[in-house]
Design a protein around this ligand. Structure first.
Ligand code: UGA
Ligand code: MN
Length: 329
């Protein structure tokens, strides 16, 4: 009898082991995705950021436990569903040059740390380049890759840049949202050579219509900024063309998706536009100075810099005897 039991036990043993192993594998955490998840910093508002407890009721409070009044020791009311975090759409015009990949790398490293950001990268080119396509595919960011060439007649010093590319981004945004207006979103024009703090995205995320803030290293000054009195923009601190209706750089404002959708004709214009006036020409179509929402502590903090990358010195590039391998830079 004993030996029968023993032999049964040994027949069953491998099966028991297999079941134990399977259960163990099932309960393990899934492997992390290959594309990196956005890292959430304490700077970010809303989901993922280190938030102040906006409502009473900790994570342990659940349905069915909320009938009593909330107090320090008692049960808490159920958590309210969080409103969706507005998506930040960053439109970046970009063009081929030796520093392009370096600039895009710097930008992606910033954007990857911002929750719910969609990058609209618009190449100034007749077709999507391999370099940018490969780069975006590995960037680990929700993105859209567009292209439109600047007509040759507009590629001259002294003329505004990236008009067609920003408009292509606007067109894409309007098409994407033509049937789903309810989704909250914020649009921001993010040139590829500027420097952006993470705090800037926290500020712009709460844009109701059009928000503004200071920009560092621009207009021949350490910074330009909107002047604010009693929470309203009343003028501009600038050293360049103070007569501009909105004396602000492209990096100094954000627009809610709702405003972009309800002003379907608002675009950047070539006709009659001078450099430095593109921002004013665009903003005039969608808002007034009185309506602007000052951000960054009533426009007293610089959270974005109009850095410009020095033209790279390639004087020693060889014409002959090139490297034996082709390397993308
Ligand atoms: C300033 C403003 O900050 C820009 O927003 C504005 O577009 C520009 O002036 C202007 O004159 O139109 P600045 O640093 O002089 O900026 O301009 P860039 O940084 O050279 O260009 C702005 C954006 O357009 C960049 O993202 C750049 O990659 C892109 N760009 C520039 C093109 O797509 N094509 C070009 O031929 C040149
Ligand atoms: Mn620039």
């Amino acid at each position: 009898m004993k030996s029968v039991l023993f032999s049964r036990f040994f027949i069953l043993l491998p099966w028991i082991l297999i079941v134990i192993i399977m259960l163990d594998v099932d309960t393990r955490k899934p492997a992390p995705p290959l594309t990196p998840r956005p890292y959430f910093s304490p700077y970010m508002a809303g989901r993922g950021g280190a938030r102040l407890p906006l409502r009473k009721g900790g994570p342990e409070s659940g349905p069915g436990r909320s009938s009593q009044k909330s107090n320090e020791s008692g049960p808490h009311p159920p958590p309210q569903p969080e409103p969706p975090l507005p998506t930040i759409y960053a439109i970046t015009p970009t063009y081929s040059r030796p520093v392009q990949k370096a600039e895009l790398t710097r930008l992606a490293n910033t954007f990857r740390q911002v929750a719910q950001l969609h990058w609209i990268l618009v190449e100034d080119a007749a077709a999507r380049s391999e370099l940018v396509s490969r780069f975006l595919a590995r960037a680990g960011l929700p993105s859209t890759h567009l292209h439109v060439p600047t007509p040759r007649r507009y590629k001259r010093p002294g003329l505004p840049r990236a008009t067609e590319q920003r408009n292509a981004g606007l067109t894409w945004l309007r098409q994407r949202h033509q049937h789903q207006r309810a989704q909250p979103g914020v649009l921001f024009f993010a040139d590829d050579d500027n420097t952006y703090s993470l705090e800037l995205f926290q500020e712009m995320r709460t844009t109701r219509k059009v928000s503004v803030w200071p920009v560092g290293l621009v207009g021949g000054r350490r910074y330009e900024r909107p002047l604010v009195e009693n929470g309203k923009v009343v003028g501009w601190y600038t050293g360049w063309r103070a007569d501009r209706p909105f004396a602000i750089d492209m990096a100094g404002f954000a627009v809610s998706l709702q405003v972009i959708l309800s002003n379907p004709k608002a675009v950047f214009k070539r006709h009659g536009s001078q450099p430095g006036m593109q921002e004013s020409d665009f903003l005039k179509q969608i808002t007034t100075v009185e309506e602007l929402e000052p951000k960054a502590s009533n426009c007293t903090k610089v959270l974005v810099w109009h850095t410009r990358t020095e033209k790279v010195n390639l004087a020693n590039e060889p014409k002959y005897h090139l490297d034996t391998v082709k390397i993308e830079v």
